[in-house]
Structures are given as structure tokens and as C-alpha cells.
Design a protein around this ligand. Structure first.
Ligand code: NAP
Length: 534
């Protein structure tokens, strides 16, 4: 008997800290951690204690006898990871959490943003022993959660369970929440710096990277960011409309966001109706005519940005076939992703909807006369260049007709007034989290760019908070001015009580419809609910 990590793995490594035999890898201290698609349990090392099951924030770990049909392939995926060179050479000892002991003192920190990076930073700060830490968290919207609420797809409810751990952080002594408060307009960064020892910026990366090809701005060509925000009820996007009257849509880029978009477009709306998908999106998807979504990657299957666990999830989504062209695949080589793609290439399609994965095809133009009519693709060949495999265009072109295009080529951070910004990378330049403005730190996607999954932000926040605490201990963070309670200068803010009223309202509405929640998607409505009894 052994335990198995499955699709929902958030990589936050809570399980690593409690494993008595250190059989869950890679740990945040191991070199593979930064690039790991998920964490894996070594079946040869697991002693079946179940400690990891108890602490996993997203319920991703199951005993092998409890695996559902969809989870069974993960047993092999876990075991296979340890076949890599040196991967069984780990010491049989427990990892310990890094909480420092302090001999008194008080530390006031402002955290800007309320997504996973922000919440992990707050947790690291508030877990210190012997130090009176107070954390004020600021968020532009009336709801906290960032990408957990507005990025994770509605049919991945297990992944959203991470919010339970974040809710526990928000219950900690010393924590306050200031929603409906935009840093940069309601308050300047300088004003925060005056009032706190330190400011941790965790605003994520919310805009999309441009593709830079003709036709990108044609009506019918959208960023994946808009579509994801739309189906997740982000107030900035919830009332967009997408013309779903054509049979084929094309998604450019093949990361996990591209797979999310393809899965939602081909999902059975009645299955989505059981999730917390935004109601305006569900209504449009119910009358969608889209039958085929083509996901286009400019490089080959080996370089594809989607993870094996998400590919497995898509391959097992009921009601839609996953189609792969055998001629675009390399020989099966024992790597899980390629073996799975080869198996898919041999399957006979049976559903009336499908997701087609295409490789070695780079978009050169989005075509159409006033509206998207197709995508011009250029066949590519792969060339190794200084350890990176690049896609080089050939003379071979293809026209792929479609009525809708989603550009899913990565997120991008935006500048925050008063702070430096690296326009090329879309991040706040920093040295291990330290920004070149005294007392200001960065964590999450605005620190390192849009990579990794929810739990990757835990190590990132731990490193940033580690730098902050070192600076505090060394006396490099002067005491803030006594400027009174910041709540008094933010009369419009919504506090934790207000958020709880919004949450209760959504969950109650969901209970009546047998859904996890029914999301409010209008800021005015959220504010009205938050202020009802407050
Ligand atoms: P991503 O993983 O960086 O993928 C971006 C994709 O865009 C790649 O396929 C990339 O191809 C392609 N691309 C970039 N520039 C292009 C161009 N000019 N022309 C054509 N293709 C281009 O980004 P993402 O999908 O937005 O995901 C962001 C992060 O969130 C990732 O870490 C992802 O794993 C995570 N995420 C995770 C989940 C999950 O675990 N369920 C769900 C959603 C997102 P190249 O590889 O050739 O550059």
C-alpha cells in the first residue's frame, strides 16, 4: 500500500514537511523543485502513515486502493519520476518548517494583493514566534483570492481548496484585510512605506502578453486572460460576450491555460452547471456551437508547456475526444507525456466534441475581413540553440479556418506607480525579493514572472519573507511613523467581516442550486452584500 499524489497537486509542499520518511519529492530545497510539474511519492519509500493526506490543502493525495478511474494513471506517474538518475538518493529524515524564534519586538507589514503569493507571505510572517507581527493586506477588488478565485478553472474545484488554508491565515491574530482598496490610487506606495516597516508587493501578473502578429486585434480574437476572467466571474470581464456560433475555435499557445480554455469550450455545460462557473458565462456556453478546439504549439510535444497531469485530466474529460496527429509525435521514449500522447494518437474518436493538439505550427497571421476567419500557420522545425530548443519557420504554410481565436501565450505583470518595472520581463526588478526601494519586497508572479502552480508561491514567499526578516533583524527596517490607524483614511474599504458576508451569500446561493457557490460578478452588488449588516 502506498499513497499517490494526483492531478490537483498544488506543489505547496505541506506534505513534505510532515512526511516522516522524506519520500515526497522534489522538496523545495531540491534543484528539481523549481521546474517540477507536481510532487511525487516514492512507492518504495512510503510507509503508509497518511500524514500527507491530512495536511494536503487541496486533497490531492489518496491511498492507492482509493484511487478513482481518473486518478489511476497517477500511480505510475508518481513511481516513474523516481526512475530518474539520483532521485532515490534522498536522506530518510523529516523536513522541518522554517519558523524563527524572536525575543520580543513588533513588526508591521503591508501586503499588496490577496492571491496565493500574498497569502503565503502573510502566513510566513504571522507564523513567527515571539515577535508581535501585524499584517494588513490590501486588494483592489471586494473579494480576496486573486488567481484562486479568478484563474483556477471552475471544473477544478479541488484546486480551489487552497482557499481553506488562506482563510485560516486570515483568521490569525494580527491579520487585517482591506478590500476595495487600490494601491496606486486610493493609497500610494509611499504612504504605505511611511506606516509600515515593510511593504510586500504580491499583485501577480494580470494582463496578457501580446502575440505581435497581424490580425491580433481583429474582432473575434481574444486573449485567454479575458476568457478565463469571464468564466470565473472577474468583475472586469464577466459581462464580455464571445461569439460561440462557429464550429471551430483556435487556441494559440499550449500551456496549462490553453488546456483550461479548450476544456471549458468543449465541456458539457450541464457538468459546468454544477461548478462555480459565472452565470453569464454558463448561459452563453449553453448555446455554444463550438465543436472543435485546435490548440496550436509552435514547438514539439517534448517542449509543450502543458503539464502531464493536466494532459491526463483533459484526456479523461467526458464528452470530448482529445485528438493528436501521429506524424507530429516523436517515437515513444518512456517519458510519461510522450507515451500518453502516443496512446491518444491511437484512439478512435467517439464524441461529438473534440480538442485537437497540434505541434510544430507557429501562427503568422490572424486572417479575416472585419472578423476572424482563420489563422495562418507556418510549419516549424526544431533547432537546439545554447541548450534551448527553438522553433524555426519553414516555407510550409497552412490556413486553418475558424471563427474565434484565443491567444494563450502567457500572462504579464503591470507596473505599480512608485516602483521600478522591468518592461521586457513584466516584473518588478528585485534581488531575491528585495526591491531597490528601501522596505519594499516582491513575491509571486510580479517577482519571478508567470510560472509554476499555486503552491510554488509558498517557497517564493518564504524566500522573500526570509529576506525581509533578515533585514528587520539587522535593523535595516526603521520603525514606521505613528500615523494613526490606516482604516480611518480608507472609509470605503471592505474588511474581513464584509468578505465573509459576500462568501456566505455566495455559498448559500450555491447550496440552493447544489453548487459550491454562485459568484457575484458585479462590484456594486458585492459592496451592497458586504455592507448589509456591517
Ligand atoms: P505558459 O505555460 O508559459 O505557456 C505559454 C505558451 O505560449 C507556450 O506554449 C509558449 O510556447 C506559447 N507562446 C509564447 N509566445 C508565443 C508566440 N509568440 N507564438 C506562439 N506561441 C507562443 O503560460 P500559461 O499557459 O499562461 O500558464 C502560466 C502558468 O500558470 C504556468 O506555470 C502554468 O503551469 C500555470 N497554470 C497551471 C494550471 C494548472 O496546474 N492546472 C492551470 C493554468 C495555469 P513556447 O513554449 O514555445 O514558448
Amino acid at each position: 500500500m502506498t499513497h499517490v499524489v494526483t492531478r490537483a497537486c498544488c506543489n505547496d509542499a505541506s506534505c513534505v514537511a510532515v512526511c516522516p520518511v522524506n519520500c515526497i519529492h522534489p522538496t523545495p530545497d531540491e534543484p528539481d523543485y523549481g521546474t517540477a510539474e507536481m510532487l511525487y511519492i516514492d512507492p518504495a519509500g512510503c510507509v503508509d502513515c497518511g500524514a500527507c493526506v491530512e495536511v494536503c490543502p487541496v486533497g490531492a493525495i489518496s491511498a492507492d486502493y482509493d484511487l478513482t478511474d481518473e486518478q489511476i494513471p497517477f500511480e505510475e506517474l508518481n513511481a516513474r519520476w523516481f526512475d530518474g538518475p539520483g532521485r532515490r538518493d534522498y536522506p530518510q529524515e523529516q523536513q522541518v518548517a522554517r519558523v524563527r524564534e524572536w525575543a520580543g519586538g513588533d513588526l508591521r507589514v503591508a501586503v499588496v494583493g490577496s492571491g496565493p503569493a500574498a497569502c503565503y507571505a502573510a502566513e510566513e510572517l504571522l507564523a513567527q514566534r515571539g515577535l508581535d507581527v501585524r499584517v494588513d493586506m490590501f486588494e483592489r477588488l471586494p473579494t480576496p483570492g486573486g488567481l484562486v478565485r479568478f484563474g483556477v478553472a471552475p471544473d477544478h474545484q479541488d484546486t480551489k481548496d487552497a482557499t481553506r488554508a488562506f482563510a485560516n491565515t486570515m483568521r490569525r491574530k494580527g491579520f487585517r484585510l482591506f478590500l476595495n482598496t487600490e494601491i496606486g490610487s486610493d493609497l500610494r506606495i509611499d504612504e504605505l512605506r511611511e506606516r509600515y516597516h515593510a511593504v510586500v508587493v504580491a499583485v501577480g501578473a494580470l494582463t496578457d502578453r501580446p502575440l505581435g502578429i497581424p490580425g491580433e486585434d481583429l474582432p473575434g480574437s481574444h486573449s485567454a486572460t479575458e476568457f478565463v476572467g469571464w468564466y470565473n466571474g472577474h468583475p472586469d470581464f464577466a459581462h464580455r460576450t464571445f461569439d460561440l456560433s462557429g464550429e471551430r475555435a483556435v487556441v494559440i499557445g499550449n500551456g496549462n491555460v490553453a488546456l483550461d480554455v479548450a476544456r471549458i469550450l468543449t465541456a458539457d455545460p450541464e457538468r459546468l452547471a454544477k461548478t462555480d462557473i459565472a452565470d453569464p458565462a454558463l448561459a452563453q456556453l449553453r448555446s455554444s456551437s463550438v465543436r472543435e478546439v485546435v490548440v496550436v504549439g509552435r514547438r514539439g510535444p517534448v517542449q509543450a508547456a502543458f503539464t502531464t497531469k493536466e494532459l491526463l485530466g483533459l484526456a479523461r474529460t467526458p464528452g470530448a475526444d482529445l485528438v493528436v496527429r501521429p506524424e507530429e509525435l516523436p517515437e515513444p521514449d518512456g517519458e510519461s507525456k510522450i507515451d500518453l500522447l502516443a496512446e491518444l494518437a491511437g484512439r478512435r474518436p467517439s464524441a461529438d466534441r473534440r480538442v485537437a493538439l497540434r505541434f510544430l505550427a507557429a501562427p503568422t497571421e490572424i486572417t479575416g475581413d472585419g472578423w476572424v476567419e482563420g489563422v495562418r500557420l507556418c510549419r516549424t522545425r526544431l533547432v537546439a540553440d545554447n541548450g534551448v530548443v527553438r522553433a524555426i519557420p519553414t516555407d510550409d504554410f497552412e490556413e486553418l479556418a475558424c471563427g474565434l481565436v484565443f491567444r494563450s501565450v502567457g500572462y504579464r505583470g503591470s507596473p505599480l506607480p512608485g516602483l521600478p518595472f522591468d518592461d521586457r520581463r513584466g516584473v518588478i526588478p528585485n534581488d531575491a525579493g528585495r526591491v531597490a526601494v528601501p522596505g519594499v519586497y516582491a513575491t509571486g508572479w510580479i517577482k519571478r514572472g508567470p510560472s509554476g502552480v499555486i503552491g510554488t508561491n509558498r517557497k517564493c514567499a518564504r524566500d522573500t519573507v526570509g529576506a525581509l526578516l533578515d533585514d528587520f533583524r539587522e535593523g535595516r527596517l526603521p520603525a514606521p511613523a505613528e500615523a494613526g490607524d490606516i482604516a480611518d483614511v480608507l472609509p470605503r474599504h471592505i474588511d474581513l467581516g464584509g468578505w465573509r458576508r459576500i462568501n456566505d451569500h455566495e455559498v448559500d446561493a450555491g447550496r440552493r442550486q447544489r453548487r459550491p457557490r454562485v459568484k457575484l460578478v458585479d462590484v456594486a452588488e458585492m459592496l451592497a452584500v458586504a455592507r448589509q449588516d456591517g
